[in-house]
Design a protein around this ligand. Structure first.
Ligand code: FCB
Length: 515
């Protein structure tokens, strides 16, 4: 190497050290470093936010049932009956969104509030709620990004034909989506069919920890007293979700796209994996885990079929697509929504092939190691390079699809603290990782932190919280209070330079100056 190139190399290294932080991602950035049409927001979902579960005609969804199911200890007896009471307090919350400078809100429509019988007549009160919600958001310049299904199939359809286990669900879902496009599509441009399609199928039908809480021994994380077959049901449900998604996109494109000009996608959950040991076996295990988690949905969507490894290892337990289905699924998305929280370790697990029966994790033949051993940690570690690598991986493997980070945030024990410094540090690092990924050519178009305010949480009820705003459950008004992270996000969205700002931000003072 010539001495000139040595100099150049040390110069580049120096620059990199200066601009990246201890997490290896860019440290100093401002809102305007992102493309002008990039959008920043926060998220909620209907069951986790609205409450009012039997009010104005709403009926139960499978999530209500799981939360009320006697003997289930996932939520320690808690449920979403009241949640944040968003059904009554949404106007006040939108004010807070305006204060925070949100550019977009990701939320979901409750199918059983809009169409209480699962199919058929529309509930006018439910319709009015969402119309009003959307109108107020838009009047403040906040884009609505709607998810149609966030783990809350109407219970009536679960009872009638077994919900997503039956192909009948496809037709009912498309009809429900049709109502949403017809009623809200004049104002809503961003639609997501399913939240975490992969985790919904795995959590709800293999581990049993998510609605509808089905699993079979020895695979469940709970006592599998609610019925189920972990060896096959996740694959069947995943299949129906893909068919429902593709038919919905087809409907939107045929009937609404020309007049409404919106975009439609699906959402999946993704980890990034570090290898437990630097071996080819663990490297292959990581590849399989990516195929089983993301590839399960993205391979059909981009290439028209399940990943080869899934077909091989699951055999006849994973359904086939007909030629026509495969053609309909291929290309049926305008963007991919990604929920990402953690980097975890992965280890090859060949012994799972010796089991008499296998579930999806056994087919994957890989052990996921989250924070040591705990599969569901209460506080995510800060590993933003994982997100950057994930975005790069999706770019390389699936032809650089448009991506929205639909969820990213840090869970913390819900103990009332407003000084959530680790969350600020988390957000600062992960948003930096997104910027780095974009600079490396990723087609990422938006970032939504989970969650706007403390919600009824998917795996822990009210024990963990992700919110920028604290909701005081001991106060019958459920008063909201901004956390440090709300101040930080507001400052960022209002254009401040974010280098190390979390050290200087201290509660009220910074909030008022940032507003
Ligand atoms: C995701 C869910 C979301 C939320 C977070 C913490 O899996 O989509 O509703 O509860 O986890």
């Amino acid at each position: 190497m010539s001495s000139n190139s040595v100099h150049l190399l040390s110069f580049i290294t120096l620059i990199l050290i200066m601009v990246t932080n201890a997490y290896g991602v860019v440290d100093e950035y401002v809102r305007d470093d992102f493309p002008a049409d990039f959008v920043f927001g926060a998220g909620t979902s209907a069951y986790q936010y609205e409450g009012a579960v039997l009010e104005d005609g709403r009926t139960y969804s499978i999530w209500d049932t799981l939360a009320h199911y006697s003997g289930n200890n996932i939520y320690n007896g808690a449920n979403g009956d009241v949640a944040c009471d968003g059904y009554h307090k949404y106007k006040e919350d939108i004010e807070l969104m305006v204060d925070t400078g949100l550019e977009a809100l990701r939320f979901s429509v409750s199918w059983s509030r809009l169409i209480p019988n699962g199919r058929g007549p529309v509930n006018l009160k439910g319709l009015q709620y969402y119309n009003d919600f959307i109108d107020i958001l838009i009047s403040h310049g906040i884009q609505p990004h709607i998810t149609l299904h966030h783990s809350d199939l109407p219970q009536i359809l679960e009872d009638e034909y077994g919900g997503w286990l039956s192909r009948k669900s496809v037709k009912d879902f498309v009809a429900y989506a049709d109502v949403c496009f017809r009623e809200f599509g004049d104002r809503v441009l961003h639609w997501t069919t399913f939240n975490e399609a992969n985790v919904f199928a795995l959590g709800g039908y293999d581990l049993g920890v998510l609605p509808p809480g089905r699993c079979s021994y020895p695979f469940g994380y709970i006592n599998c007293t609610n019925g189920g077959d972990s060896t096959s049901e996740p694959y069947i449900v995943g299949h129906h979700l893909l068919l429902a998604h593709a038919s919905t996109v087809r409907l939107y494109r045929k009937k609404y796209k020309a007049t409404q000009h919106g975009f439609i996608g699906i959402n999946i959950f993704a980890y990034w994996y570090n290898l437990d040991s630097n071996t080819i076996e663990d490297e292959k295990a990581a590849e399989r885990a990516h195929d089983f988690y993301e590839g399960w949905f993205l391979n059909p969507l981009v290439y028209g079929d399940y990943p080869e490894i899934m077909k091989k290892n699951a055999g006849s337990r994973i359904p086939n697509f007909t030629k026509q289905e495969s053609e309909r699924i291929k290309g049926s998305f305008d963007f991919v929504g990604v929920n990402h929280y953690d980097t975890i370790s992965i280890k090859n697990n060949p012994s799972s092939f010796e089991m008499e029966t296998r579930d999806m994790y056994a087919d994957m033949a890989a052990t996921l190691i989250v924070n040591g051993t705990d599969m569901f940690p209460t506080q995510s570690e800060i590993t933003p390079l994982g997100l950057q690598k994930l975005l790069n991986y999706l770019k390389e493997k699936y032809g650089n699809p448009p991506i929205y980070i639909h969820e990213n945030g840090q869970g913390q024990p819900r103990n009332g603290t407003l000084i959530d410094t680790p969350r600020v540090e988390y957000l600062h690092a992960y948003i930096g990782a997104v910027l780095d990924a974009i600079r490396n050519g990723s087609n990422t178009m938006g970032y939504f932190t989970w969650s706007f305010l403390d919600l009824f949480e998917m795996l822990s009820g009210y024990k963990t919280s992700y919110g920028l705003y604290y909701v005081d459950l001991d106060d019958k008004e459920l008063t909201r209070y901004p956390k440090l992270s709300a101040h930080w996000y507001a400052s960022f969205l209002k254009g401040k330079n974010m280098s190390g700002i979390f050290e200087n931000v201290n509660s009220q003072e910074t909030l008022s100056s940032s507003y």
